[in-house]
Write a protein that binds this ligand. Structure first.
Ligand code: TXA
Ligand code: MG
Length: 327
């Protein structure tokens, strides 16, 4: 096991980034910021490092990883882009969009990272620290969210340390993330599929393509041995405290995760109240979601009541994560 490592935490200055890239070259495991959530990075071509990564996360090994690269050119060494995929990449990269595409014949990403699939998930992150790191490293970096498997995704370096201290080599602290939910994953198949709602709203993608994305049926996720987005296990984002959705009151012993103006029966007795966005702003809610779930999970309540969040724009990703938190 990787337990027992000394985990270094540094700032994200140029020297730290250069040294962090060297750490990746040597097979190290690195927590680093992206605009969506913090990632746990390893050299995508190094199967031994990827094996350690799965161990550190405690993640089931059938769950394939996203390869992060510095630009479209680097992505084309890994995956084959048709015209539709090119349009998506040119419009939305760098940014919170992951494309699932056929591998190139000499794709350098280790089979362990793609779980033996003939497709690969690729993204070009927008965070300046992630970009600097990928440029300094030169190759592809596989990076799941930097949390223990089944835990809430990390949006600060402190969250990464809370989950992975002693299990990884290094954490680069680039401050709190901007988006707060993971990237949107689109399967570039015919027809194109929304494999995971995320930081880029579905509507923006559909507008660009001039067609609707096919949704993955909710119950298909766990039904087959090799689901389309195998990481979408129903209980993926679970706090330990039971989560109650679409709450219209606060019951005795519960903490409240609010959205918008709050005037609920039982509010006065809430163990704790955190508001995703008083003004009902979905982008603000996304940045706060995982941090507030973590905080309310330790507030000592018997449950977390969650007020309804509208389903449009970033609300689709927020509600997806909330449903998983409640599963
Ligand atoms: O925002 C993000 O995407 C973050 C940051 C760190 O970049 N990463 C992230 O990775 O959320 P992870 O490992 O937590 O989620 C990756 C998702 C999983 O649901 C996995 O099943 C799916 O991508 N995936 C990876 N390769 C795939 C493939 N070839 N086909 C279908 N789904 C794939
Ligand atoms: Mg994750």
């Amino acid at each position: 096991m990787t337990v027992g490592l000394t985990t270094r935490m540094t700032d994200a200055g140029p020297e730290a980034v250069a040294a962090a890239a060297q750490c990746l070259r040597e097979g190290g495991l690195l927590g680093f910021p992206t605009e969506t959530v913090y990632g746990l990075g390893a050299d995508a071509a190094n199967a031994a490092a990827i094996a350690r990564l799965y161990q550190a996360k405690g993640r089931p090994a059938f769950n394939p990883l996203i390869a992060h690269v510095s630009d479209l050119q680097a992505a084309q060494r890994i995956a084959r882009f048709d015209s539709q995929a090119l349009r998506l990449a040119e419009s939305f990269w760098p940014g919170p969009l992951t494309l699932v595409l056929p591998k190139t014949p000499d794709c350098p990403v280790a089979d362990l990272a793609t779980a033996g699939l003939d497709t690969v998930a690729v993204r070009v992150p927008a965070h300046p620290v992630a970009r600097a790191l990928l440029q300094a490293f030169g190759g592809a970096v596989v990076a799941p969210s930097a949390n223990r498997s089944g835990h809430v995704s990390p949006t600060t370096a402190a969250h990464v340390r809370a989950d992975l201290d002693g299990r990884i080599d290094w954490i680069v602290d680039g401050g709190p993330v901007e988006v707060g939910v993971e990237s949107t994953i689109v399967g570039c198949f015919e027809p194109p599929m929304l494999l995971r709602p995320g930081g880029l709203p579905r509507e923006a993608i559909e507008r660009l393509l001039g067609r609707l994305l096919v949704s993955v049926p909710q119950d298909a996720e766990n039904a087959t041995a090799q689901p389309l987005a195998p990481g979408m296990l129903a209980s993926h984002y679970a706090p330990r405290t039971p989560v109650r959705l679409r709450a219209r009151d606060v019951r005795p012993g519960e903490a409240l995760l609010a959205f918008g103006p709050v005037a609920l029966p039982g509010l006065d007795n809430a163990v704790a109240v955190m508001n995703l966005s008083e003004r009902g702003d979905l982008a603000e809610a996304a940045t706060r979601l995982f941090g507030y779930l973590r905080a309310l999970d330790t507030a000592g309540g018997t449950g977390i009541a969650v007020m309804p969040v509208p389903e449009h724009g970033l609300g689709e990703a927020i509600n997806d994560r909330l449903r998983r938190a409640a599963a």
